[in-house]
Design a protein around this ligand. Structure first.
Ligand SMILES: [Zn+2]
Length: 333
């Protein structure tokens, strides 16, 4: 089950990865055990610290040996804007550390059979070196780099665990009021990836609401390329029927030309920013109105930023989005 979920995650990452620095615009738990340490007071044992965790990293050309302390800042630089709140950046660092250790525990991917992880947002994680980030950041480079390093170092060695194992800590850019259960997007339900409220709104998220419009002929061509049996013989306003939302306000299923597909399939086909959408079909255009960005599973990054602004710390943010986890240092399985 985990293999198939990972394959689905891989496919979705491939489609909807969010390399923040390479493409500027670019994926209610009861709180459980909290770290004993306060922020900045790390108690990880020597062998559990990021500097002691060795990773084999595929850089696109060769396998590079890096410690978690070297690799993780590059991933945080690549996956979350440095302008976000410090506690959100810390939550991101712990989510990424957990995601990386989950990958290590579950074995290499086909893309890099001799490496644990890579530097490709389409496969594992967006990775941006300190030098590249400094170029992108310009005048704010020193402050931003200090924030990234602090987020990693203040959480040194801490991992989100479920049943004692690192979690598949997937995340997305912004939700649509609620996050999504993993089983509604991929093939498997994981107990810590359930739907929870997420506080971000259009006031704080760029392009929270988006539209995607298609000429009816183009809509038909695209749909029939994937579903040739669809019948578009009627007028456009008869094409789309029975749009049903799930409990997270995302489209569970919709019928197009007599063919019923999921909201996720519709999202993939028309490259929508999320599966939370309505659609109007008229003689001149088929128009989607979309809310949020990403697959909706796990932590919402803009939601994490909003929670941080409201005073939540990184442990509370992670416990909000990943149900039933504990946050602990980890010494391997
Ligand atoms: Zn990879």
């Amino acid at each position: 089950m985990k293999e198939s979920l990972m394959a689905a995650v891989l496919a979705l990452t491939l489609l909807f990865g969010i390399p923040w620095l390479t493409a500027k615009e670019a994926a209610a738990a009861a709180p459980s055990a909290q770290p004993q340490a306060e922020s900045g007071d790390t108690t990880a044992a020597a062998g559990e610290k990021d500097s002691a965790i060795k990773l084999k990293v595929w850089n696109g050309t060769e396998v590079q040996e890096m410690t978690m302390a070297e690799y993780l800042p590059g991933v945080v630089r690549g996956e979350m804007p440095a302008s976000f709140e410090e506690e959100a950046l810390k939550a991101q660092a712990v989510a990424e550390r957990s995601y990386i250790l989950y990958q290590v525990a579950h074995g290499p991917k086909e893309n890099h059979p001799t490496a644990d992880v890579c530097m490709d947002s389409k496969c594992c994680n967006a990775y941006v070196s300190a030098e590249k980030a400094a170029q992108n950041w310009g005048d704010t480079a020193a402050d931003n780099e200090a924030k990234i390093q602090k987020a990693v170092q203040d959480t040194d060695g801490y991992v989100a665990l479920y049943d004692g194992q690192p979690i598949l800590a997937v995340f997305h850019s912004s939700s649509a009021g609620k996050t999504e259960s993993s089983g509604d997007v991929w093939s498997s339900d994981l107990p810590y990836l359930t739907a929870v409220d997420s506080p971000e709104t259009g006031d704080s998220v760029p392009n929270y609401y988006s539209t995607a419009a298609f000429a009816p002929a183009d809509f038909q061509t695209t749909f029939q390329a994937a579903y040739p049996q669809a019948d578009f013989s009627g007028a456009p306003d008869t094409w789309i029927k029975d749009l049903i939302n799930n409990g997270s306000d995302r489209v569970e299923k919709v019928t197009v030309g007599g063919v019923t597909i999921t909201g996720v399939q519709m999202r993939t086909l028309f490259k929508l920013r999320s599966a939370s959408f309505t659609v109007d079909a008229a003689a001149d255009a088929v128009t989607f109105h979309v809310t949020g960005y990403g697959h909706g599973v796990g932590m919402s990054q803009y939601g994490a930023n909003q929670l941080a602004k409201e005073g939540k710390n990184w442990q509370e943010i992670l416990a909000w989005y990943y149900a039933g986890i504990s946050i602990e240092t980890y010494h391997g399985s």
